[in-house]
Design a protein around this ligand. Structure first.
Ligand code: ZN
Length: 296
């Protein structure tokens, strides 16, 4: 069945929207500032107006939205979004569905990204697939036999909030010592400000990757990946996000540290790690792939 799906990726800064036909072909892709979409306290009304203006009178089968947030187990409500405070406790699926008169699906943005990558690399969805995306924070999605793992409260796959004993750094989630403050983009921004003020953040690896601070940072990333591998022994481990795609990011060293920190002899001896690129339309197309599988 040929479906026409609107895929939306909501970020703290940008709102990306596109129409996806034939499963993967994106048309009318747009990227607009989130602040230009959400202008009042009525977040659902603002979103509905923006989507309606975008759709006009095209016939659409579903609207699918990826959120940088935790969602409830039924995937009808946004629970908590560190960079989108106005989205807390938002009944987005029922609210938008009623206003648009079109089925609405919601998922975490990382789950959409993982669907895109699994499709792009032609991976079999039998078994366990893990995706860890090192961006500003750490995004994590886990798929078991093709189904996203959501957990009792919908909050599974939050590896960025594993506590690091000894760290008192306050995290956006309210806890202290979460690993994403030490092994993701936020740490690089702080490191740059404090130690490399002459180097743009994007060039930290290009200029300083041999230095201790950055090698330790990469080792902490490896510890995060190894933790997930040691628990789940995944069939495929995908790594992506802005950090691993930075200029001269030392993938070989990361790989070496992941192997060093993974249980011997297995899963260490048989690691399948795939590095994924950052693509602007990734979550929008991933949302459509996700929706296609749900509707089937
Ligand atoms: Zn946290």
């Amino acid at each position: 069945m040929d479906m026409r799906i609107i895929g939306i990726d909501i970020g703290g800064t940008y709102f990306r929207i596109g129409t996806v036909c034939d499963g993967k072909k994106v048309t009318r892709f747009q990227k607009v500032p989130t602040a230009s979409v959400i202008r009042s306290d009525d977040v659902i009304l603002d979103m509905a107006q923006f989507i309606q203006e975008y759709i006009q009178d095209t016939v659409i089968d579903a609207v699918v939205i990826g959120f940088p947030a935790t969602l409830d187990r039924s995937r009808r409500k946004v629970m908590q979004a560190p960079n989108l405070e106005f989205m807390e406790d938002l009944p987005v699926v029922d609210g938008l569905g009623a206003k648009l008169g079109i089925p609405v699906l919601a998922e975490r943005d990382v789950t959409m990204a993982l669907h895109y990558d699994v499709d792009k690399y032609g991976l079999s969805t039998d078994g366990v697939i893990c995706g860890i995306y090192f961006g500003t924070g750490i995004g994590n999605a886990i798929m078991i036999d093709g189904k996203p793992l959501s957990g009792k409260n919908g909050a599974a796959g939050e590896i960025g909030h594993i506590p690091v004993i000894g760290s008192r750094l306050r995290c956006g989630c309210g806890n202290e010592g979460c690993v994403e403050n030490l092994a993701a983009g936020k740490y690089l921004v702080r490191l740059q400000q404090e130690h490399y003020p002459q180097t743009p953040v994007g060039e930290l690896f290009a200029r300083h990757r041999q230095e201790e601070a950055l090698r330790e940072f990469v080792d902490r990333m490896a510890a995060v990946v190894a933790a997930e591998i040691n628990i789940l022994d995944p069939d495929h481990m995908l790594l992506g996000g802005g950090v691993v795609n930075m200029t001269d990011f030392p993938r070989a060293y990361l790989q070496e540290r992941i192997v060093a920190r993974t249980r011997k002899p297995y899963p260490a001896r048989n690691l399948q790690i795939i590095y994924t690129e950052d693509e602007p339309e990734k979550s929008v197309v991933g949302a459509a792939i996700y929706a296609g599988q749900r509707v089937e």
